[in-house]
Design a binder for this molecule. Sequence first.
Ligand code: SF4
Length: 231
Amino acid sequence: MSSLISPYCELKGEEILAGLRGIAVDPRDFVAYWVYLSTRDPFAVLVATLLSQHSTDRKALEVYRRLVQVVKNLSPASFLNCEEQELAEILRPAGLHRRKAELLRALAREVVDFDLKALGNLPTFEARRRLLKLPGVGPKTADVLLLHLGHPLFPVDTHIARITNRLSWAKGSRYEEIQKVWMELFSPKDYQEVHLRLIQWGREVCRARTPRCFTCFLRICCSFAKEEGRT
Ligand code: SF4
């Protein structure tokens, strides 16, 4: 458990984590996490994360399960043996299906001879640099996979970005500035749990349109809540 003192708020890391534990987390609502737990396969995690872009995790999981049935063993080679149009039809429920089919096949081509598991043994900077060169892989996707492979990185999604911006804890709204906040507040062993719980907090409490500040333990140190008179 982290006991780092926050430079942003009177709450310590462990108090923030205790607060976030106030709502339940279901692994099926986190497609990359669920896929990693079920397969331990880095390529499957990349596929799942790519499916979840511009979609919900539940929808992405539904499409992932369908993919497992149709694209046997879900390896890069099996994607290359699949017609792009057929793939796009399977991906349709997750949105942007043609673009995702194109990206998945481009990704499969790049990693067919690439040992993704070996990224776990490289220095974090180098592993991240290699991943970011792959089609469809941005900072969040790279960090999600690298965190699963044991690297001390904190992935930032739209919910985490919104919460951090409302709290005004980051120096700016760039990905790395937001990531730094949470990496300073917690020790690496807590990154996965805090990452998942913050996303759930953003879905249920710090919602985009209607934040429920009066039920949020963070309101004592939240700029948005103070400015809006919600403390
Ligand atoms: S107090 Fe409101 S705006 Fe601030 S983090 Fe909580 S829900 Fe979000």
